[in-house]
Every structure is written in structure tokens, then in C-alpha cells.
Design a protein around this ligand. Structure first.
Ligand code: NAP
Length: 503
């Protein structure tokens, strides 16, 4: 049952007067529940409880935290269809997507449970003392990693489960031994509350301190700002827009004690297609890209937004067939009217730029539906117009017709950091494409060969991140077990007896 209340260290709380509702974009009306925005006192209580709980959580054995992560997965599963239905009502995303995202969320929790049970994830490193070393003795050194402290998690609108309340950031922070304060996303506050209550039940199941988790509601940005400015907070995990991520990053940097903000933000995900690949398999690439651009109404951070090719009859044919395929697809609903408004204004801005031609665009769509659009422009115009380099979050992509591979390389060297970069090539292209691959690897976190960038494997070898503005720290991944490294810090014990070191 959804109460609309905040959860502060295991207790439901609604001391404030400000309320907001979530919205059903498919039906174009408000959902029934009222959500209470967290007050400054509730933020302070959540932080204070987190600090106290950290004392215990930081020494909680790995197998207990693993049990806790598995218990969260079980409690989320036990929410059954109610969770899936609320997810659909708050996002417009279909039930099959809700099921897939729930599976991924459970997998992430269980994956971290396995990881901390079976691995030396603290990267312990021991150097023995050398008392006879000259000119002076060497001390014994024992290096390990410890949890950083209370972490704030901000989820994104487009992943109400896998990148939200119990998503990758929360799972990895709990795995590391950090308390988590979730700033619930206002577009799916009901989904967030259900998942948050599952976390509370898991805390009770495993008998952990309730202060390790709070879920705070807000209809605007104030609660998030208060959380980030709280002096006891030690780090922030954010998934969302570049504007939001950058604002929180700047806020965290301006604190008396600056703290790290691991923000995973927008991306345009360049794709370079060779003429040979189009000659060999045009139909296959048209099908795959029509699906990848429009899947989930294009609301993926890994949606391919820029398609580069050499100006040729093959690229023209690709553009025609891709546009036809996309025109035949039914328009689909977006997550929220504000996401649709942003899409519409960013799409309009892009297609109004000089020398941009629209190849296909949907008209007369239902309220909150995204107009799927394919545009095209020449490489020289694209290079000199940064407006065309920005993310258009929705079912939009632009085909960039370039003079030659050298021009594509120059453009890639010029664009901002990205989550992914893709090359579509035949064997005979390998030599010519080496400079493109090199340029892409300087710009992105993940390179894809002959595929699409949408669909992120949650595995140990995954990198989901990239140079700014894809993320605020390109040295880390937000997906996969190594994302735990964001929430731990190294500490070295010199000449310390075993009995006094952490277990
Ligand atoms: P968003 O508008 O940035 O919101 C994300 C969260 O940040 C919300 O809880 C929002 O709260 C909060 N927020 C935003 N601006 C803030 C500010 N100035 N101060 C304090 N809090 C702030 O993003 P979204 O529309 O939900 O998600 C879509 C974006 O996420 C797209 O750009 C997409 O590419 C990106 N994304 C990235 C990844 C990735 O892994 N890199 C994954 C999924 C999505 P309020 O709504 O209350 O303001």
C-alpha cells in the first residue's frame, strides 16, 4: 500500500505540509496518491540516524551484508504485481519492460551479495617489514579499503527500478557498508515507496540498524540540495540529466568539506557506419537501428543519437530505409509531460538549425507521446554547430554525412565525452577504421563493434561511464561489481598489530 510518506530510518514520517502527486502519462492524468515532501527536520533526522548506523554497519561482516542484499531482492519480488502496476502508472512504460527491469534490479542485488561474499573486494595489500633494510628499516604496511560513510542516491526518471531506490547505486553502497539516503524521484515516488518499504523489511529480516536507509520525497530540487549540503554526507550517486548532475556536483564542491559526486549523465552515443557494411547488410542495420532509436520511446542514456557515414549512395539508401522503417512504427508514450516537453523543445531546436533536413517525423501524436524523428546534416555544418552535439532525450537521431573518414575522426575528437561509441564495419575496413577506434576510445567508456549501444550488460567487465559530461569521474563505472569502488576509500595501517586492524 502506498502511504505517500517519507521513510526516515525505518519509520514512516509526514511532518511537512507540502504534497505532490505523480502522473500517469498514458491516461494523461494525476495518480491518486499524495506524497509528502520531506522537511528540513526529516532530512536532518535521516542524516543523523545514518551517521549513528554507520558505526555498526561499517563493522558488519560481509556475509551479513550479503544476506541483507539477498533479502532486499526477495522483498522486492514479494511486492508482486502491485509494484509492476504502479511502475506502469507512473512511467507509461509497459509491463514487459517493468518485469525486465525488476529482474535486472534483483540480479544486481544478488550479484553484489555474491561479490562481497566471495572476493577480496577490499583489495587488501600487505607489505612485510624489513627491519634490516638500509639506510633505514622498512615498516610493515597493510592496505585495505573501508566504506566512505553515508551516501545520497538520486535516481533517474527512465529507470524507476534499476537506477533508482534499490538500483545499482544503492546496492553497491550497501555492499560496501555505507548507509543510503535516497532522494526519491518525483515522477515515480510510489514505485520508490514500495521498493523503500521492501528495503525496510529486509533490514528487519537481517536485524540491521534502521538508520542505514531513508527514503525522502520531494516534488522539486530543494530536498536534494539539503541532502547534498548536509555536513555528514560523504558521497553522492546521481543518474540523470547533465544539468542536474552538474548542479549537484558544483554544490558538493562548494561545501566546506567537498565530497565526491558520481554522476552518470546524458550521452549522444556516436555510431560510425562504413559504406562496405551498408553494402553488405543494409536491411539488418536499418532494422537494428530503427529499434534501438525508438525502443522505450528513445528514453535511454545509451540511445544512438549520432549516426556518421561517408556521403554516398549507400548512406542515402540507409537514410531512406531507416526513415521509412521509423515512420511505420507507432509512436509511444514518454515518461512524463515534462520529459515530453523537453524532448519537443530540444528536437525543435535541433531540426531548426541551418542545413538540417528532417527525413521523417511523426505528426498528430497523442498527448505525452514522442514524435519519432530522423534528421540529416552534412559533416562540416555538424562540426561547427555545438547545438547539434547535445542529447535529445527521446526517439530522435541525426545522420551526419561526412566527406571522408578523416572528417569523422576530427568530429569525434571534437565532441564531448560519451558513454558509448559504436563502429559498424566489414573486415576490409579494419585498417581504415583504426584511427576512428582510437579517437572513440579517448572519448567514451564503452566501444561496441557491429551492434547497437542500447542494452547494458550487468557484469564484471562492464564500463558504464565515460569522460565528462557522460560522467563526472571517468575512472569509475556505475554498472557492474566494480561500481562498489565509488563508495570505499583506501587506508593503510603501518606497523599495526593484527588485533588492532579491522577484521
Ligand atoms: P533529472 O531531471 O536530472 O533528474 C534526476 C534526479 O536529480 C531527480 O531526482 C531530480 O529531482 C534531481 N535533480 C535534478 N536537477 C537537480 C538540481 N539542480 N538540484 C537537485 N536535484 C536535482 O533527470 P531525469 O529526467 O530524471 O532523467 C533523464 C536523464 O537521465 C537523461 O539525460 C538520460 O540520458 C540520463 N540518464 C543517464 C543514465 C546513465 O547511466 N548515464 C541512465 C539513465 C538516464 P527533481 O526532479 O526533484 O528535480
Amino acid at each position: 500500500m502506498i502511504t505517500g510518506k517519507n521513510i526516515v530510518a525505518g519509520k514512516f514520517s509526514n511532518t511537512g505540509a507540502n504534497t505532490f502527486k505523480t502522473f500517469n502519462p498514458e491516461l494523461n492524468l494525476d495518480n491518486e496518491w499524495d506524497f509528502f515532501e520531506a522537511t528540513a527536520d526529516e532530512v536532518n533526522s535521516a542524516m543523523q540516524e545514518a551517521v549513528e548506523a554507520f558505526e555498526l554497519f561499517t563493522v558488519c561482516p560481509d556475509d551479513i551484508r550479503a544476506k541483507f542484499l539477498r533479502a532486499i531482492a526477495q522483498q522486492i519480488e514479494a511486492l508482486g504485481d502491485e509494484l509492476l502496476n504502479v511502475y506502469k502508472m507512473e512511467s507509461g512504460l509497459p509491463l514487459n519492460r517493468a518485469r525486465a527491469e525488476r529482474s535486472r534490479t534483483l540480479h544486481q542485488l544478488n550479484m553484489f551479495a555474491d561479490f562481497i561474499s566471495k572476493n577480496d573486494w577490499r583489495g587488501t595489500f600487505v607489505e612485510e617489514a624489513e627491519p634490516n633494510r638500509l639506510p633505514k628499516p622498512k615498516p610493515s604496511l597493510y592496505k585495505t579499503h573501508i566504506p566512505i560513510g553515508p551516501v545520497a542516491v538520486f535516481g533517474a526518471s527512465n529507470f524507476p527500478l534499476a537506477y533508482s531506490t534499490a538500483g545499482g547505486d544503492t546496492a553497491s553502497a550497501f555492499a560496501a557498508g555505507c548507509p543510503v539516503i535516497v532522494k526519491s524521484h518525483p515522477m515515480h515516488a510510489g514505485t520508490g515507496e514500495l521498493v523503500a518499504s521492501a528495503i525496510v523489511r529486509a533490514i528487519e529480516d537481517v536485524d540491521l540498524p534502521p538508520g542505514i536507509f531513508s527514503n525522502l520525497n520531494s516534488g522539486g530540487i530543494d530536498v536534494g540540495k539539503q541532502i547534498v549540503q548536509h555536513p555528514k554526507l560523504k558521497a553522492v550517486g546521481f543518474t540523470g540529466s547533465i544539468k542536474g548532475g552538474r548542479a549537484l556536483y558544483d554544490l558538493a564542491a562548494s561545501r566546506e568539506e567537498p565530497i565526491p559526486v558520481f554522476a552518470e549523465m546524458g550521452s549522444v552515443n556516436p555510431v560510425v557506419i562504413s559504406s562496405n557494411a551498408l553494402k553488405t547488410d543494409l536491411k539488418k542495420w536499418v532494422e537494428m537501428y530503427a529499434e534501438s532509436i525508438t525502443n522505450g520511446t528513445g528514453q535511454f542514456c545509451t540511445k544512438p543519437g549520432l549516426l556518421f557515414g561517408i556521403d554516398s549512395s549507400e548512406l542515402d539508401e540507409f537514410a531512406v530505409q531507416l526513415s521509412q522503417k521509423i515512420a511505420l512504427k507507432d509512436s509511444t508514450v514518454m515518461l512524463n509531460p515534462s520529459i515530453e516537453n523537453n524532448y519537443e523543445s530540444n528536437r525543435q531546436l535541433a531540426i531548426e538549425q541551418n542545413n538540417v533536413a528532417v527525413l521523417t517525423e511523426a505528426h498528430d501524436v497523442k498527448p505525452n507521446y514522442g514524435k519519432q524523428t530522423i534528421a540529416t546534416v552534412d559533416g562540416t555544418t555538424f562540426f561547427s554547430n555545438p547545438t547539434l552535439h547535445h542529447e535529445v532525450f527521446g526517439p530522435y537521431a541525426i545522420i551526419i554525412k561526412c566527406k571522408n573518414l578523416q572528417q569523422i575522426q576530427e568530429i569525434i575528437e571534437h565532441i564531448e565525452g560519451q558513454l558509448t561509441g559504436t563502429v559498424i564495419v566489414e573486415k576490409e575496413d579494419f585498417e581504415d577504421f583504426k584511427p576512428i577506434v582510437k579517437a572513440l576510445s579517448q572519448r567514451v567508456g564503452r566501444l561496441i563493434y557491429n551492434g547497437v549501444p542500447t542494452g547494458v550488460e550487468v557484469t564484471e567487465a562492464m564500463t558504464h561511464g565515460g569522460p565528462y559530461p557522460a560522467s563526472t569521474d571517468s575512472r569509475f563505472t556505475a554498472v557492474g561489481v566494480h561500481s562498489i569502488k565509488r563508495w570505499i576509500r583506501p587506508v593503510t595501517f603501518q606497523n599495526f598489530p593484527k588485533e588492532l586492524r579491522p577484521v
